[in-house]
Structure formats: structure tokens, C-alpha cells
Design a protein around this ligand. Sequence first.
Ligand SMILES: O=C(O)CCC(=O)C(=O)O
Ligand SMILES: [Fe+2]
Length: 232
Amino acid sequence: MSNSYRENLLISHPVVDWAELESRGWVSFTLASSAESDLPGPLLSLANGLGTPTATRPGANLCDTLSPTPSEAAKPRSLSKVHDVGEFPLHMDTAHWLTPCRYLMLACVSPGSAERPTLLLDARRLPLNNHQSSLLHSTPLRVTNGRSSFFSTILSNARPFVRYDPGCMTAATPNGADALAILERQNWLDYVETFQWKAGTVLVMDNWRILHGRGHADCPDSDRKLLRISIQ
Ligand SMILES: O=C(O)CCC(=O)C(=O)O
Ligand SMILES: [Fe+2]
């Protein structure tokens, strides 16, 4: 078998380990090619095996490109608008949807000059005390989504997903800021995993459970490029 044929097989037939995704909340593997033009095809076919790939914004591509973006060039209400090219706080994607997307697939075209990681926290594994659990279950927060904004708690016994994104959720009562602060990264340093990227690496997360954030960069890294597919 020629090398290029073998590479094609690897690109065309990667598999998502369901048992690992279910037990740990995320899985990763590395494709044989990281060329940007080679990635969307196999990523979308993998995504189709997990659910329905869905554009994150109306009219956007199913496969988004994520690169550190200065605030002035960022889309309104995006994390880049607030955090510029710095770290992103822990969050889930599409927290402003009534039902947030179930899985999130990120793939690395280039780890960038700073090789900055993505940070992961399993919200289901946290040893919350009674006070924290009660704040997360009972404090309504405003979830901003234009004219479709609504109120929601972070946790609820009535649904299987966490809802958490400090980028689109704001305090609506005095307890709101405390509830949002509970899931900040610095409170759970022993539980946060650092995910390091290599070109071609794919990360599939259970977005109902795994919070993610963008790590620290020691130098400018506008050459960092990830692809993203949201899966409903
Ligand atoms: O760049 C990263 O590591 C994550 C980016 C992210 O979470 C986002 O753009 O929503
Ligand atoms: Fe995100």
C-alpha cells in the first residue's frame, strides 16, 4: 500500500471512541493530514456520525475557523470582543441556544507560535458543596441572545446539560455574580486539564458537560488556527 493511500485511509475512516467519550466526556485523535483543505470533509463525516452539524451563527459555515482575533475585528457578543487575543474563560459553546449543541468538534490546522492549549473542565465531576450546588441550581441568570434572550440557571434537575458561558450570561440578581464565579477556572485548578494541540489533532467534547477555555499565550499567535463544528 502506498503511503498516500494509507494516509487517505486514515483521513477518511477515523473513528470516535464512544465509550471514552461517554466516560471521560472528551476524546482526541490525530488525522494523518492537517492541510486545511483536507480537514472539513472527514470532520463533517465524523460529525454526522455523532449528530447533526449545525452552523453556530445564521448563515455561517458548518465548519468555522477560530484564530486569535483582536477585539476591534471581532464579531459582536463574541468572546474575542471582550477578551481580545488573551485567554478565554471556561465556557460551553452555544449556551445561548435553548438546547445547547450536544457535541463540539475542534481540529487543529496550526497550533500557532505560542502553542497555546485549550483548557477542559468536566462540570459533572466537580465536588460542589451544598452552597455552590444550590446557587448553581437556583440562581437565574440572563442569557443574552438578542430578542430571544431568556433567563436560566446554570444547573437544573429538569435537564441533562450545564448552561455556562460568562460571555453571554449575566447576573440578574445579587447572587448572580457568585453563581457565575463558582465555575471559574482558578477555583478548580486540580480539575482543569490542559489540552495541547498538534497539527491534525481532533478533539471531540460532550458540550453538555465539558467546559473549555483558551489558554495563555506567551507571544502573539495569530498563526494559531482551529476548525470547529457544533453538533446537535
Ligand atoms: O481557541 C481555543 O482554544 C478555544 C476557542 C473557543 O472556545 C471559542 O472560540 O469558542
Ligand atoms: Fe468555545
